[in-house]
Design a protein around this ligand. Structure first.
Ligand code: PLP
Ligand code: COI
Length: 340
């Protein structure tokens, strides 16, 4: 039965779909895990997630390809990052294969919610894990839930691929040796005030700097940066407190191997901004969202690519990446995982 959704008008919001995956960790082991219909969770008032934010999540998408297959993009890398997040937050690692099984089963069960090819929408998958048993002294919980739900989404930023304006932010996102490199819920909680404040001041997003020296560019609240120099090189910031974006890593590969561009992954100084011709935010939700203007405490840095459309190289990267994801350009081996 076809669902009644106007795919092209979707923003990045939550729409409840019928099926989700749940597995529970108790007495030192994970349950088998199963698909359920209930979207509600009942946990102790003193659960680790509620008291001490012991939770991490992932984000990936399912696509309908040009030839009608349902695929996900590099889910093995999300599984790997989920394990890194769990380890850093003292949560149990999932058994081998469970993450992929959850992806497969949830997408298959909700297949009619995978938007059609060319609709501009995708099925966003949200795996997450949290401490579910009571803790009152500060320590890891003894019991956990791993869940994965799906929701159809459109573009993360209103206006789709129109360039956005961002500001250099005075709040920090991640400390050196902290949790910036994993997908901990706490990183996002502490970005909420900064993003509400940015919106209030008329900006679409925050550019966070390194917390120690405030001289290097890190990332935004939900995406890595990708810059293009005036001589056509792709530059992406490197730091131990940035989330290792799967989209960014894929784009760097595509830039080099498909487009023949030079790629530099290195620390990027805030003072280098004037040298760049294009800027984009890259991530699963953001795909590549072009940045037209960066405001640093009153100083406006207007990217030469302008406020009307994506820069030329950003557009090439966008077309190549989305072409690979939707099956119109041949993907490198292992990048597309078909849901049968
Ligand atoms: N940086 C942050 C802080 C994020 O939340 C995300 C989203 O997952 C990204 C970067 C992009 O990562 P990915 O491309 O793996 O989705
Ligand atoms: C994603 O891109 O999957 C994320 O988790 C980012 C989030 C801000 C929506």
């Amino acid at each position: 039965m076809a669902v009644n959704i106007d795919w092209s008008s979707l923003g990045f919001g939550y729409i409840k779909t019928p099926y989700r995956f749940v597995a529970r960790y108790k007495d030192g082991k994970w349950s088998e895990g199963e698909i359920v219909t209930d979207d509600k969770i009942v946990i102790s008032e003193c659960a680790g997630v509620l008291q001490y934010a012991q939770t991490a999540f992932e984000g990936l998408k399912a696509y309908t390809t040009a030839d009608g297959k349902t695929v996900t993009f590099r889910p093995d890398l999300n599984a790997e990052r989920m394990a890194q997040s769990a380890a850093r937050l003292e949560m149990p690692i999932l058994p081998d294969g469970m993450f992929m099984r959850a992806v497969e089963q949830v997408v298959a069960a909700n297949r009619e919610y995978v938007p059609p090819y060319g609709s501009g929408a995708t099925l966003y998958l949200r795996p997450y894990m949290f401490g579910s048993s009571p803790v009152i002294g500060v320590k890891p919980a003894e019991e956990y839930e791993f869940r994965l739900f799906a929701t159809p989404v459109g573009p993360y930023f209103k206006g789709g691929v129109k360039p956005i304006t961002i500001r250099v932010c005075d709040f920090d996102r991640a400390a050196p040796h902290g949790t910036g490199h994993i997908k901990a819920g706490l990183n996002y909680a502490m970005s909420l005030h900064a993003i509400v404040d940015a919106h209030r001041q008329g900006y679409d997003e925050n550019m966070y700097l390194d917390a120690a020296t405030r001289t290097y560019i890190e990332e935004t609240g939900g995406a890595n940066f990708l810059f293009v120099t005036k001589d056509g090189k792709v530059v992406t910031p490197k730091s131990d407190s940035i989330l290792p974006s799967i989209t960014r890593r894929s784009l760097c590969y595509v830039a080099e191997k498909y487009l023949g561009l030079t790629v530099e992954h290195r620390p990027v100084k805030l003072s280098e901004l004037d040298n760049f011709a294009e800027c984009g935010l890259c991530g699963t939700a953001a795909v590549i969202s072009p940045v037209g203007k960066i405001v640093d405490h009153g100083k406006e840095i207007c990217l030469p690519s302008g406020m009307d459309s994506m820069g030329e190289i950003t557009q090439k990267l966008y077309d190549a990446l989305t072409g690979i994801q939707m099956g119109s350009i041949k993907a490198p081996d292992g990048w597309l995982y078909e849901i049968k």
